[in-house]
Design a protein around this ligand. Structure first.
Ligand code: ZN
Length: 313
């Protein structure tokens, strides 16, 4: 049976006070419990995140140390470390040094005739033509033909032309495989020239030019090392095109003269090889045409300002 409490009675106020007191206790208690539970969940999540962070850090450290010890797994930063050159080649061939004079010669409108890959059975014919015009030129020579025909090499030196190192083997894949390989080939050719002709070359020309598709990985390092040793290298700014297939002597003349017309000073690329008879045939007309353009002639020495291909290809 429900007992009704009369509003305003003493009992009524007792009930109101009791209910209020109960609510004041229950509400904060429930709120506290809810907050406590929430707090626990957050703490748990934090701990989990923290331990996963530690795991990630450990994995990172592990992969880094593996990369250092194993270049194959190396990341970018570590492969940069692995590629740091040792420069040990600087200690090789301790007498292979030269020095470049500080003052350069004035070479306004000078043509430097250069003959690569010789000596050859054409060398003496080239020397005859040059002697007739009283012109000194430059021969960048190679190994095997120098060994089989030392008399040609000696004739070049005796006539007062410059002998520069081209390379011993002229095999791109071998000489450009490393700085050490390049140096070994260069030293071999350098000492061969010296022993045959008595001349110690101070200038050189890279087979294929200083920047080519075979030395893209290490050309800067080879150039830096050769420059450090005091050797000057010369590319060309006029090409005769004489080794291109079926180039006629008339085309060689045209290539050289049209090329030289656009230059103030010209380093002209030609070849002294078995298969470059057309170069010999073209040579007198090449010289006559250059004289007509106002050119005089000189051999390359290390006092000549180099003409080199640009690094930024
Ligand atoms: Zn060559």
């Amino acid at each position: 049976m429900v007992q009704l409490v009369k509003i305003g009675s003493v009992k009524f106020f007792k009930v109101v006070i009791l209910t209020t007191a109960l609510l004041l206790i229950i509400i904060p208690t429930i709120t506290s419990i809810a907050l406590g539970v929430n707090c626990y969940a957050v703490k748990h999540k934090l701990a989990a995140a923290n331990s996963s962070l530690i795991e990630t850090q450990k994995l990172l450290d592990k992969s880094k140390s593996e990369a250092v010890s194993d270049p194959v797994k190396g990341d970018l930063a570590n492969s940069a470390i692995d590629k740091t050159p040792s420069f040990e080649y600087q200690t090789l061939y301790s007498s292979l040094y030269s020095s470049i004079p500080y003052d350069k010669v004035s070479d306004d409108h000078i043509a430097y005739l250069t003959f690569d890959d010789g000596p050859s059975s054409n060398t003496m014919r080239i020397l005859e033509i040059l002697a007739k015009y009283n012109i000194k030129a430059t021969f960048f020579v190679t190994g095997p033909s120098s060994e089989s025909h030392p008399e040609y090499l000696k004739a070049i030196a005796d006539a007062g032309h410059t002998i520069g190192v081209h390379s011993y083997s002229h095999k791109y894949t071998e000489i450009y495989s490393s700085v050490d390989a390049y140096l070994m080939d260069f030293e071999k050719m350098h000492s061969l020239v010296k022993s045959i002709s008595g001349v110690s070359p101070t200038v050189f020309r890279f087979p294929g030019g200083s920047i080519n598709s075979y030395n893209s990985d290490d050309y800067m390092e080879i150039i830096a090392e050769m420059t450090r040793r005091g050797y000057a290298y010369y590319d060309w700014n006029v090409s005769s095109g004489d080794v291109a297939l079926r180039t006629t002597s008339a085309e060689i003349v045209e290539n050289v003269l049209s090329g030289a017309k656009q230059q103030n000073r010209s380093i002209i690329l030609m070849h002294d090889r078995l298969d470059t008879d057309n170069t010999v045939a073209a040579l007198p007309s090449v010289i006559d045409g250059l004289i007509e353009q106002g050119y005089t002639f000189a051999p390359i020495t290390n006092a000549v300002r180099p003409i080199t291909f640009s690094y930024s290809k």
